[in-house]
Design a binder for this molecule. Structure first.
Ligand code: NAG
Ligand code: NAG
Ligand code: NAG
Ligand code: NAG
Ligand code: NAG
Ligand code: NAG
Ligand code: NAG
Length: 409
């Protein structure tokens, strides 16, 4: 523990210095994410109705993603608009409370995907606090306590993997993709080899969940230990990519195969039934044909796809790879603006076509739109700051034939 704290202090100083030098560049860019701030402010005022940091109609895991996004946005823009929220939110308070393993188990109700979404939020809050020279040690130690709880759910059933829940009846893609991501990141954040070993194990486990079309299905059939062929959700296709990207970083940025592997499911997303007119469309997302609407969990999946493609590109740190996805990310943001955003900056759940009364509204749909705005603006801004591309923040066109043409209108 003491060893961890002292290396943390060193990291603190380093991060504070980086924060200071990047600040002036980032400050100029605040205005360019106006869309994200407008959605975030409406989300905060409309749904975040009390100091506990839970959104009306929210859920633990979607609230955790929202907290993460507010910090992602502040980090991207060097703004402090939402800087006091974490410490007052029910998730932040739980982290600051230094709960015992039994208390964490109770908090998550035995949901090990939820536990890992919360870890990602705690890390983004930590990164934010570090960049502002603030103490984040309790957020880090709580995140690692949660990690241990999840890691204990690993067993060799079906060749390895963590269980989705304490019922231990299902091994699914999202929980194990998240375990790859959290393990690789935990290693990069601490240098503890246990986490790297877990990440390597998890990367092997995940391969069985990918179908011949390149898309990850929902999970494994426990009687056959094979892919159960159930729904390929958008978010699964990108969380695995950011997990592989995190492993690429954790293993010293030399194994390019991991980056290639990550792009298989990203490419598959863009060329499958998960898009319509080059816009993400969940299989449940059929309101415009009078079909199904996505439920509150499913409404946030497209935004999570966007966020984790951004994370993958951050990990890859490669302009050529970013160029392949930048246009598509921008196009999603344009579709949200055109089809889903209303004049009070609420966002509906349907992105692929104008809502004809079928879109669902609420904190999950709004935060999904927020994630689209942040990811598109962050990835495009990075491109601009390195001079690779010059564009405006206006509507952007993606040419699916080349997948990389990208022009400002
Ligand atoms: C805030 O809202 C949550 C979720 O509805 C509720 O459980 C909690 O009691 C509320 N807290 C306060 C302080 O009103
Ligand atoms: C590494 O992490 C594992 C799992 O959390 C923990 O049991 C172990 O004590 C850690 N090792 C060190 C040197 O901190
Ligand atoms: C698992 O596979 C078996 C054998 O193919 C099949 O009978 C069963 O319905 C499957 N279970 C689920 C939950 O998909
Ligand atoms: C993904 O698509 C891009 C753009 O077409 C292509 O350059 C890349 O090779 C593809 N990667 C994989 C793994 O399919
Ligand atoms: C497809 O998207 C373009 C914008 O990229 C839009 O102009 C067009 O109306 C959309 N077509 C359909 C059928 O929704
Ligand atoms: C990302 O790439 C740039 C340009 O090659 C390099 O200067 C920078 O150090 C890299 N960042 C990381 C975190 O590796
Ligand atoms: C935008 O959508 C929200 C959520 O459905 C609704 O409360 C609000 O009235 C809408 N704004 C306008 C201007 O229609």
């Amino acid at each position: 523990m003491h060893h961890f704290l002292s290396s943390k202090v060193v990291l603190f100083i380093v991060l504070s210095a980086i924060g200071a030098s990047a600040a002036s560049l980032q400050r100029r860019q605040c205005a360019e994410t106006g869309n994200a701030f407008a959605i975030a402010n409406e989300l905060q005022s409309k749904y975040w109705y009390n100091i506990s940091g839970s959104y009306t109609g929210g859920k633990l895991w979607t609230d955790a993603n929202t907290l993460e996004d507010l910090h992602n946005l502040m980090l991207a823009t060097d703004c402090d608009t939402y800087g006091t929220i974490a410490d007052n939110s029910f998730i932040g308070l739980a982290a600051l409370f230094d709960a015992t393993p039994a208390e964490w188990e109770f908090f998550f109700g035995g949901s090990y995907d939820d536990a890992q979404w919360v870890m990602l939020a705690l890390w983004k809050i930590s990164d934010y606090k570090a960049s502002r020279g603030k103490d984040y040690s309790q957020y880090m130690s709580s995140s690692l306590a949660i990690y241990d709880m999840v890691a204990a759910q690993w067993d060799n059933t079906c060749g390895g993997g963590v269980w989705w829940s304490s019922a231990q009846t299902y091994k699914n893609a999202i929980t194990n993709e998240l375990f790859l991501l959290t393990s690789a990141q935990a290693y990069s954040r601490t240098g503890n080899m246990t986490y790297l070993e877990n990440a390597l194990k998890a990367s092997l486990m995940n391969s069985g969940l990918q179908g011949p079309d390149g898309l990850f299905n929902d999970g494994l059939n426990l009687s056959t230990c094979k892919n159960n062929g159930q729904t390929a959700w958008t978010y699964n296709q990108a969380v695995v990519a950011s997990g592989l990207g995190a492993l690429y970083v954790a293993t010293g940025r030399s194994n390019e195969t991991l980056l290639t592997q990550a792009q298989v499911s990203l490419n598959a997303t863009m060329h499958s039934s998960l898009t319509y007119n080059n816009t993400l469309k969940e299989s449940c997302d059929d309101a415009n044909s009078g079909g199904t609407v996505c439920d509150k969990d499913q409404q946030i999946f497209k935004g999570i796809w966007m966020k984790h493609v951004q994370y993958f590109l951050d990990f890859a740190n490669d302009t050529l790879i970013a160029a392949k996805y930048r246009g598509f990310l921008a196009l999603q943001n344009s579709a949200v603006i055109r089809n889903a955003l209303n004049t009070t900056n609420d966002v509906g759940s349907v992105w692929y076509a104008l809502d004809n009364g079928g879109s669902e509204w609420g904190p999950q749909a709004s935060v999904s739109g927020l994630e689209a705005a942040i990811a598109a603006s962050k990835v495009c801004r990075v491109a601009r700051s390195i001079g690779a591309i010059r564009t405006t923040h206006a509507v952007l066109v993606w040419n699916p034939a080349s997948q990389s043409s990208f022009k400002g209108l």
